[in-house]
Design a protein around this ligand. Structure first.
Ligand code: 3UK
Length: 544
């Protein structure tokens, strides 16, 4: 296989070929993609946009910047030159990116990839000890870091392979004392750069999993994978247009955000609003200020925004996408009642890059995630990998043009079995082909011999007006093996009391099979969540 990588670290640390998922390229476009030898995905997105005459279209927007496609291309070309000429980047080197979502972060991602580097975007909230693991694991030699986030990277750098850092000054006037900013280095270079002719199967970026336990895993994504993702879910399910304005909360370091807020809008000539902070109130303000039409965020954020749904009723929003966690039927209903808008649910994963089961809002079956996204195949299998009949709960297995490749990690053998990606989710498919989420495989509660999926109990609780948020786990019980325990955040105006507990238990018994009701209920002020909006059940386990 040919490569443009002179530094062969990523190729050297791919899983052995017999552990790769089987890839499928369905339809003429994906087949043509599979046949490409040379492909630089950043050039494919940006240079192609300019060739199509999109140069003057609005491209990346923030509260302070407004760049056209031509301006983003020029900036990423300047970043590429700083990397190659000033920082000594060699194709294949890994470049850490550390910044909140901003136009400069987008220019840096594209600049690294154009230069043949391997981008390693990271969550802004990471601390030195977490950054150190990433620097080591991905053998990172270069970094582009927001000056405001310098401290933790400084603290992580000593003794690590990181040699060259440039600080993004951003709107901060000062930057790092005594050090030139990335922006000033960019001014020393012209607006043109010929993208490195990477192979379609060279690694373009590494995404660390937002796994809630254990040592983080780095997933490896080829240049081809990026374009494959653009050709599947966005084209078939989202169906956004060039005049759409994208906005959302997930960081670009999370592939949900990278796809939704950068790759997908660029692929169709649309524009994207990048907000460094995107709490529910800031998202609402962003939608109004920028006339956003497509929004990407988590179920929790939709619940919080629904409280101010009236303000979004007559807004510009057209498509609302929910992912990262199961979307309870109650949240879908709450959102549509409050705003008059539907929701597109979709399950994706860092390993598969983006969404592979989803449904358009008007085709959605409340409580189900959706059907296979064209380009992907999904099935429900047993412990041996045998397909189960419809209606049976089992392990979700997925195949498509993208798939799991962990950088030097034995857990590859868990995620990929017999060519299928096993996402770690328990699912049930109905006869009409809708996939119903049950739980994470390891979050299945077994109580008196009954299998109970925690999210099902959460959905039932969430449909009660007293409940703002909740999380359900199984706790050890001598008599029953495990019992269902619920942690509940009450809405304003509701008091934690034995009466409330009884009311909620009765509500669950009347909503789903009574044996699933939470025998224990605790009231908490808030639930532990990851930066990507996922409930951290393992942290609830120690909570009284
Ligand atoms: C869970 C969902 C039910 C599920 C992601 C869209 O979440 C993303 O990636 P991660 O690697 O986590 C993957 C796991 O999260 N999950 C995600 N979406 C849903 N469960 N319904 C959903 N709609 O357990 C899955 O295995 O953090 C989501 C696009 C890109 C992504 N990386």
């Amino acid at each position: 296989m040919s490569t443009a990588h002179l530094d062969t670290f990523t190729a050297d640390h791919l899983p052995p070929p017999q552990q790769w998922p089987e890839l499928i390229f369905e339809g003429p476009e994906l087949q043509a993609l599979a046949e490409r030898g040379v492909l630089n995905c950043a050039s494919e997105l940006l240079d192609t946009a300019l060739q199509k005459g999109w140069g003057e279209r609005s491209c990346v927007v923030s509260d302070t910047e407004h760049w056209t496609y031509a301006e983003l291309a020029q900036r990423s070309n300047r970043v590429a030159q700083v990397l190659v000429h000033d920082m000594g980047l060699v194709p294949g080197n890994r470049v850490l990116l550390r910044s909140p979502n901003t136009p400069m972060m987008a220019a840096c991602w594209l600049g690294v990839v154009k230069a043949g580097g391997v981008a390693v975007p990271t969550m802004p909230l990471l601390r030195a000890r977490e950054l150190r693991v990433i620097l080591e694991k991905a053998q990172i030699s270069h970094a582009l870091c927001d000056a405001a986030l310098a401290d933790e990277l400084h603290a992580a750098q000593a003794g690590s392979p990181l040699r060259e850092v440039r600080w993004i000054a951003g709107s901060a006037a000062a930057g790092q004392p005594g050090q030139a900013s990335l922006e000033s280095a960019m001014e020393q270079h012209g607006p043109h750069f010929a993208a490195v002719a990477t192979a379609a199967t060279d690694t373009a970026f590494l995404a660390f999993t937002s796994g809630t336990t254990g040592v983080p895993k780095a997933t490896m994504h080829f240049h081809r994978d990026v374009i494959a993702a653009c050709l599947c879910w966005p084209r078939h399910t989202l169906r956004a247009q060039a005049d759409d304005v994208f906005i959302g909360s997930p960081p670009l370091a999370f592939t949900f955000g990278l796809g939704g807020l950068l790759l997908f809008p660029l692929h169709i000539g649309a524009s994207t609003v990048l907000l460094p902070q995107a709490s529910p109130p800031l998202l609402i303000e962003g939608v109004r200020r920028h006339g956003a039409t497509v929004i990407f965020t988590s179920p929790t954020s939709y619940r919080a925004m629904a409280a101010r749904g009236q303000e979004l009723r007559s807004s510009s929003l057209r498509h609302c996408v929910s992912a990262g966690e199961a979307l309870p039927a109650a949240t879908r209903e709450q959102w549509s009642k409050a705003t008059g808008l539907g929701l597109i649910d979709g399950i994706g994963s860092t390993e598969l890059l983006h969404i592979f089961i989803s449904a358009r809002a008007e085709e959605a079956l409340p409580g189900a995630t959706g059907r296979e996204v064209p380009g992907y195949r999904a099935r429900v299998v047993d412990e041996q990998g045998q397909e189960l009949p419809d209606g049976t709960v089992g392990r979700l297995a997925v195949r498509g043009p993208t798939g799991c490749r962990y950088l030097a990690d034995e857990r590859q053998l868990q995620y990929v079995q017999a060519g299928w990606n096993l996402t770690g989710d328990a699912y049930r498919r109905d006869e009409a082909g809708h996939f119903h989420y049950v739980s994470r495989t390891d979050d299945m509660i077994v109580s008196s011999g009954y299998n109970i999926g925690a999210p099902e109990v959460e959905d039932a609780l969430m449909s009660h007006p007293a409940v703002a948020e909740c999380g359900v786990i199984g706790v050890a019980d001598e008599e029953r093996g495990q019992i269902v325990k619920a942690y509940v955040v009450l809405r304003e105006g509701h008091l934690p009391s034995d009466d409330t507990i009884k009311t909620l238990q009765d509500h669950v018994k009347a909503t789903i099979a009574p044996y699933k009701y939470p025998r224990a209920v605790s009231f908490v002020p808030a639930l532990p969540r990851t930066e990507t909006g996922k409930l951290q059940r393992f942290r609830l386990r120690g909570t009284p």
